[in-house]
Design a protein around this ligand. Structure first.
Ligand code: NAD
Length: 246
C-alpha cells in the first residue's frame, strides 16, 4: 500500500482535469498538496471540494510561464510547509494548427507554458531537493511528443519535456532526487472534451483498451512514482494510455 504521509507536494495546473485528479490522489494518500493554477476562480472551487473531503490541501495562484510567479509558488510552498518532496509539472495548453498555418502566438504560447513553464518550476524545486538529498519530480509530457499532425508546437514542447526530464534525472540521481516523464495517451478532460464526436471516436478506435483514459488512470501511476517505492526509478518516459501509441 502506498503512503505519502508527511510528504509535501505541488501540482501545477490542478484546478481541473488531470492535475486535479493527481492532486486528489496524492492527498488521498495523506500528502499535503498545494494545488496551483492560473485560473484562480476554478482553483478555489477545486480546493474547497478537496477540503470538504477533509484532505490536507492549500492553493496558490500562479502562471507557470511567468518565471517570478513559478519561483514564488515553489518558494512559498517550501517556506510554509518547511520542505517540498514532490513536484508534478502538469500545467499545459494546446493551440493546435498545421505547421503551415501556425501563428507565432500559437507557437510561442505553447512553448512558454508547456516547456518553459516546466523549467520555471523545476529549477527552484530541484535546487531545494538537491540540498535536501531527497525528492521526486514528475513532468507531464504526452504521447504526442513523438509527433502528431496539427500539434507541431505541442509535440515540440512535450519532446522538450522528455529531454529536460532525462537531463534532470542524470544531474540529480546522486542526490537521491528522481525525475520521470509521464506520457498520457488520450484522457477525458476539458482539453479533449471539446473535440468533435467523429475525431473522438477515431481517437478511441486507436486505443487497444477501447476507451479514453480517466485522470485517475494517470494519477495512480504518479502516486507510485511519488512514493518511496519508486526510489530506484529515474529518467524514464512512461506511457499511460491503455496501449495507445502515436
Ligand atoms: P485541462 O485543460 O483540463 O487542464 C489544464 C489546467 O492547466 C487548467 O486548469 C488550466 O487553467 C491550467 N493552466 C493552463 N495554463 C496555465 C499556466 N500558464 N499556468 C498555470 N496553470 C495553467 O488539461 P488536461 O487534459 O488536464 O491536461 C493536463 C496536462 O496533461 C497538460 O500538460 C496536457 O498537455 C497533458 N496531457 C493531456 C492529455 C489529454 O488527453 N487530456 C494527453 C496527454 C497529455
Amino acid at each position: 500500500m502506498i503512503s505519502l504521509e508527511d510528504k509535501v507536494a505541488v501540482v501545477t495546473g490542478s484546478a481541473q482535469g488531470l492535475g486535479n485528479g493527481i492532486a486528489e490522489k496524492l492527498a488521498s494518500l495523506n500528502a499535503h498538496v498545494i494545488l496551483s493554477d492560473i485560473n484562480s476562480e476554478r482553483l478555489e472551487i477545486a480546493v474547497s471540494e478537496l477540503k470538504e473531503k477533509e484532505y490536507s490541501v492549500d492553493s496558490f495562484v500562479a502562471n507557470v510561464a511567468n518565471r517570478d510567479e513559478a519561483k514564488n509558488l515553489i518558494q512559498n510552498s517550501i517556506e510554509t510547509q518547511g520542505k517540498l518532496d514532490i513536484l508534478v509539472n502538469n500545467a499545459g495548453i494546446n493551440r493546435d494548427a498545421m505547421i503551415h498555418k501556425m501563428s507565432p502566438e500559437q507557437w510561442d504560447s505553447v512553448i512558454e507554458v508547456n516547456l518553459t513553464g516546466v523549467f520555471n518550476c523545476l529549477q527552484p524545486a530541484a535546487n531545494h531537493m538537491k540540498d535536501r538529498e531527497s525528492g521526486r519530480i514528475i513532468n507531464i509530457s504526452s504521447a504526442s511528443w513523438q509527433g502528431n499532425i496539427g500539434q507541431g508546437n505541442y509535440a515540440a514542447a512535450k519532446a522538450g519535456v522528455v529531454g529536460l526530464s532525462k537531463t534532470t534525472s542524470r544531474e540529480l540521481a546522486k542526490f537521491n532526487v528522481t525525475c520521470n516523464a509521464i506520457c498520457p495517451g488520450f484522457i477525458e478532460t476539458d482539453m479533449t472534451r471539446g473535440i468533435p464526436d467523429k475525431v473522438w471516436d477515431k481517437m478511441v478506435s486507436k486505443i487497444p483498451m477501447g476507451r479514453a483514459g480517466k485522470p485517475e488512470d494517470v494519477a495512480n501511476y504518479i502516486a507510485f512514482l511519488a512514493s518511496d517505492q519508486a526510489s530506484y526509478v529515474t529518467g524514464e518516459v512512461i506511457n499511460v494510455g491503455g496501449g495507445f501509441i502515436l
